[in-house]
Design a protein around this ligand. Structure first.
Ligand code: SF4
Length: 388
């Protein structure tokens, strides 16, 4: 059977796409993200595609060839061989959709043939098969992590795609013999009132046994997503929108308490994606969350020690040195450096900040958007404790 590929969009159609959609390489918090295939039929109401003006793109299409896309990625100003964490197709499609998977493998095999050892994150909720596992396992250099998105949301208006598909994929991938890639149970988005009953938490605790680690996280409830919920009469999870993900405090406490009751030796639970990805490859967190010590209280002791040894507080001069050569950091000003994080201003977007954060494995915060203690990287909604 011949391999299936998605259609290639003509240049005029690519030019007519929204500006952000045309940017196929974009730095996101967990890595430099490649997105030259866009479009997804799975229809999750909370999809981040809303924010790229791509919600109506249901049919995956290619904006360029895989070879061109890889070239754009590895020649990008933010790309550092062996160092920059990468993500493939995490913004506008699912990498294991029929038709899309061939492009995923073309990208991975191209990067691997260059003997690059970067982390590569592949996030999916689609159906995988045994030959996918074999092909992933044949990659010799990249550090590949599969993250299996599962929410347990039963409302088909919000998540029409059957959750059992991803559960089957995760079990298949994790039980594959002697694998080089790693697996993560990506439990998200958690939404109070929708998928946080005691039964939901118990089911997630069981499923967490089918991956090397678990990450739990909330919902990105941005304006465009809220507009869609309202226009379609969907039950709104929150009264306000926020730029960060939302995980209310009481929900977090219940999750931790439930996971503590799992059998000893169960794979660990993490609050942050990069922590879990780093852990499953036996490495310290590449986002330097160790400085934000309250994130680390659920981390295995050996991992905590590894992150402690790797933790190095940069000087302002080192920050400027790391930013030298980045045109978008020309006006960066370091306002403060503490054990926890460096605070900067004058960056035009989040992208150069993520570059610096990964380059130094240290938290870099934007002075305009301070993080509050104990809810790092989460929206303020649902947290009543005093700020730190
Ligand atoms: S010690 Fe902290 S920073 Fe390191 S992986 Fe664990 S939670 Fe993340």
């Amino acid at each position: 059977m011949s391999a299936r590929y998605v259609p290639l969009l003509p240049a005029e159609a690519v030019a007519a796409l929204p500006e952000r959609a045309r940017d196929v390489v974009e730095y996101r918090k967990s890595g430099l993200s490649l997105n030259h295939i866009q479009g997804c039929p799975l229809g999750c109401a909370y999809c981040i595609r809303h924010t790229y003006g791509l919600w109506d793109a249901r049919l995956p299409q290619a904006l360029m060839s895989d070879a061109e896309a890889v070239e754009q990625l590895v020649s990008h100003r933010y790309f550092r061989p062996h160092d920059t964490p990468l993500q493939v197709f995490n913004r506008a499609t699912d990498p294991f959709l029929p038709g899309v998977r061939e492009h995923l493998f073309a990208v991975l095999e191209d990067l691997d043939s260059r003997e690059l050892t970067n982390h590569v994150l592949v996030i999916t909720r689609a159906r995988m098969n045994a030959s996918d596992c074999e092909r992933l396992n044949a990659l010799r250099h990249l550090k590949v992590t599969l993250l299996f998105t599962y929410s347990g949301i039963g409302d088909k208006r919000i998540e029409p795609h059957p959750a059992q598909t991803v559960v089957n994929s995760m079990r298949l991938a994790t039980t594959h013999a002697a694998r080089r890639y790693r697996t993560i149970f990506y439990w998200r988005p958690l939404v109070p009132g929708l998928n946080d009953t005691t039964a939901h938490l118990a089911r997630a605790a069981v499923l967490s046994g089918w991956a090397d680690a678990t990450v739990f996280t909330g919902l990105f409830y941005r304006d465009e997503i809220a507009d869609y919920y309202r226009a379609n009469g969907l039950p709104e999870p929150y009264q306000e929108t926020a730029r960060r993900k939302i995980v209310p405090e009481t929900l977090e406490r219940r999750i931790l308490a439930r996971f503590e009751r799992r059998p000893s030796g169960a794979p660990p639970l993490f609050r942050k994606t990069s922590c879990a990805v780093s852990y499953v490859h036996g490495l310290p967190d590449y986002n330097g969350h160790y400085g934000i010590y309250e994130l680390c209280d659920i981390c295995p002791a050996a991992q905590l020690n590894m992150c402690a040894r790797a933790h190095q507080v940069p000087t302002a001069a080192q920050l400027h040195e790391a930013a030298a050569g980045l045109p978008d950091a020309a006006h960066m000003h370091v306002t403060e450096v503490t054990e926890r994080a460096a605070q900067v201003e004058g960056l035009p977007s989040e992208q150069p900040r993520y570059y610096l954060q990964h380059r130094l494995a240290f938290q870099i915060h934007d002075a305009a958007h301070p993080h509050h203690q104990r809810r790092h990287g989460r929206a303020d909604l649902g947290w009543e404790s005093a700020n730190g």
